[in-house]
Design a binder for this molecule. Structure first.
Ligand code: PRT
Ligand code: ZN
Length: 224
């Protein structure tokens, strides 16, 4: 039997963790967080938090393992393209776009390279953690470049001779600057979304989600 507690997947530790918990708490949901634990139970509502790596959140929602998730659109869209190609479960409902986790996925090239538009990327190797988003962009733009998958340290790939350019997340631009890279193309803009699994929830759980959304809208409005 399915648990009657609403389960929400959030990032365990990283850029989205604090804001995710803060948002839920601002909605009146209280938690007893133990740093090391995967699960956290709400002391005020029938809600359980599942604290995982952000990359796992879209899949957990699409597989219906959790009811809701808070995740960046970059990770969400990458997973959806991947699952669509592999014919795996890929549905979810977007409930709200939230005002944190803002960033952009951009192509950047070493500053000593002359860049004359997308044609300059033809035949080049581009290192990225988001190969599906990058490939979709390249295909749409008719650019024939190769993608090199790296899960970390993408910004050092050109200097290390692993790639000619990179496609990575940017917020202030300081990391690109520090690595002698120049942002040339923004291929995707991202912020955090609250998502729900595609399959319907029990009436009780859906009623709790509606209550949460009402509070969330109040919190977001108060911030404006
Ligand atoms: O361990 P886990 O897998 O959960 O965490 P992670 O290390 O994969 O992710 P984390 O915590 O770094 O980022 C989580 C999410 O935050 C991302 O998926 C984005 O949705 C969002 N986000 C917002 C960012 C940034 N801004 C960001 N600037 N994620 C990463 N960065 C990195 C970027 O990759 C680059 O290394 O910050 C650097 C660039 O920042 P600037 O300010 O120098 O431009
Ligand atoms: Zn991650």
């Amino acid at each position: 039997m399915r648990s009657e507690r609403l389960t929400i997947a959030v990032q365990k530790s990283g850029r989205l963790s604090k804001e995710s918990i803060k948002l839920l708490e601002a909605c009146g949901v209280k938690f007893n967080l133990h740093e090391a634990r995967l699960m956290a139970h709400s002391t005020s509502h029938p809600i359980d938090l599942l604290r995982v790596r952000d990359d796992d959140i879209p899949g957990l929602v699409m597989d219906g393992v959790v009811d809701l998730g808070l995740v960046g659109e970059n990770v969400l869209e990458e997973e959806q393209i991947e699952r669509t190609l592999k014919q795996q479960p890929n549905t979810y409902q977007s409930l709200r776009r939230l005002d944190f986790g803002f960033c952009r996925l951009s192509v950047a090239v070493p500053k000593e390279e002359t860049y004359q538009g997308l044609a300059s990327l033809d035949g080049k190797k581009i290192a990225t953690t988001y190969p599906r988003l990058l490939e979709r962009f390249l295909q749409e733009q008719g650019v024939k470049a190769r993608t090199v998958m790296l899960t970390g340290s993408v910004e050092v790939a050109p200097r290390a001779g692993l790639a000619d350019a990179i496609c990575d997340l940017v917020s202030t631009g300081a990391t690109l600057e520090a690595n002698g890279l120049v942002e040339q193309e923004v291929i995707f803009r991202s912020q955090v979304q609250l998502i729900q699994r595609g399959e319907s929830l029990s009436d009780e759980k859906q009623a709790l989600v509606s209550k949460l959304l009402t509070r969330l809208d109040g919190v977001q409005l108060a911030k404006e």
